[in-house]
Write a protein that binds this ligand. Structure first.
Ligand code: SF4
Length: 346
């Protein structure tokens, strides 16, 4: 099981964790149809999209998950809002097992957990007016009569810096950034505590991304929200996160407070990801950009899955899976899953 990160702030000011992922795994059976398997004598193919991930998210903080496509970050996001049921492990929300979400007693959990999706064009029904789109979760959960629902729609439009007059419009009458504001308004309708944001700005123009990120930060302050933020863009992650988790082939390989991670990355993969950011300040510092391709997740490398791409790999790396462990160093504390860090080689 992966080790959870111990936060750095003094105990008296550390808010309690509201979300806990306990050794969660999500395996998909992607085997060919049984007849092909019989004819070609192939076995079952299991895709380990997420394989033993543990972390906590404290009230009011933003934990970001980063990594290349296929690393499992979006699968973790879906498990945290109950869209996927983990193959192994469990997710706790305020101490309650998320598997309760499908039971009568756990129905209230759905109001507390909401998700903002990547594509504001695909996630809003083009045939519905804005009022109906934002009101849908309220009606689904039976929250208020007609007048209260309309009043809440106006409140939500104000909250995301749009006008109540916009509620009669259709999604195609808005820009990409405005549509993502509508998605945020809909996600906030049921007064959730926790929002999972799956690449919420990656479909937007760069000039609009900062506006949406700043709105999300303002809303977090105003409403006391807690975020899990999924992104492949380290500049975005640097802007919005308190802590960052780096994923590679279904596992967490490093977790650290944002400042520590960007100032002193421990894991070779994190170092390579940071080195891949364009040097706009033209510091001229030496860089080792990410080399090679992500291996086939159906047939991951033995030992440390990063070893074929790692400049520090040795025989132990090829045979033994590294565990996530907490390290104290000059720049702070980080958890890393790396034999070279453990052996003091890097
Ligand atoms: Fe590289 Fe070995 Fe560390 Fe994996 S465990 S990142 S191969 S040094």
């Amino acid at each position: 099981m992966s080790a959870a990160l111990t936060p750095m702030a003094p105990a008296s000011v550390v808010p309690e964790p509201i979300v806990k992922a306990n050794d969660i795994a999500m395996h998909f059976d992607v085997s060919p149809p049984w007849l092909n398997r019989v004819l070609e004598k192939t076995g079952r193919s299991i895709l380990r999209a997420v394989d033993g991930v543990s972390f906590e998210i404290r009230r009011g903080e933003t934990l970001s998950l980063v990594g290349e496509s296929g690393c499992g970050k979006s699968t973790v996001a879906r498990m945290l809002v109950g869209l996927y049921r983990p193959t192994r492990g469990n997710v706790e929300f305020f101490g309650r097992d998320l598997r309760e979400i499908d039971t009568a007693s756990g129905r209230g959990l759905r109001q507390e957990l909401q998700m903002i999706f990547q594509d504001p064009y695909a996630s809003l029904n083009p045939r519905w007016r804005v009022a109906d789109i934002i009101a849908e979760p309220l009606r689904t959960h039976g929250m208020g009569g007609k007048a209260q629902v309309l009043q809440r729609v106006d409140e939500l439009l104000n909250l995301v810096r749009l006008s109540p007059a916009d509620k009669v419009k259709y999604p195609h009458q808005f820009s990409g950034g405005q549509r993502q504001r509508l998605s945020i308004a809909r996600a906030l309708a049921t007064h959730p505590e926790f929002l999972v944001c799956d690449e919420p700005t990656s479909a937007l123009d760069v000039s609009v991304q900062a506006q949406v990120l700043n709105l999300m930060k303002d809303l977090q302050r105003e409403l006391g929200l807690t975020y899990l933020f999924i992104s492949h863009n380290l500049a975005v992650v640097r802007h919005i996160s308190d802590r960052v988790g780096v994923m590679y082939l279904g596992k967490l390989v490093e977790v650290a407070p944002k400042k520590t991670l960007f100032a002193a990355p421990r894991h070779p993969y994190t170092r390579m990801l940071l080195d891949a950011i364009p040097d706009l300040e033209m510091t001229g510092r030496a860089r080792t950009p990410v080399a090679g391709e992500v291996p086939n997740p159906l047939n991951p490398p033995s030992g440390c899955a990063f070893h074929p791409r790692c400049p520090h790999a040795n025989a132990r790396c090829r045979s033994e899976v590294p565990m996530l462990k907490l390290y104290k160093h000059a720049a702070g504390e980080s958890s890393a899953a790396c034999h070279a860090v453990e052996e003091g080689r890097i």
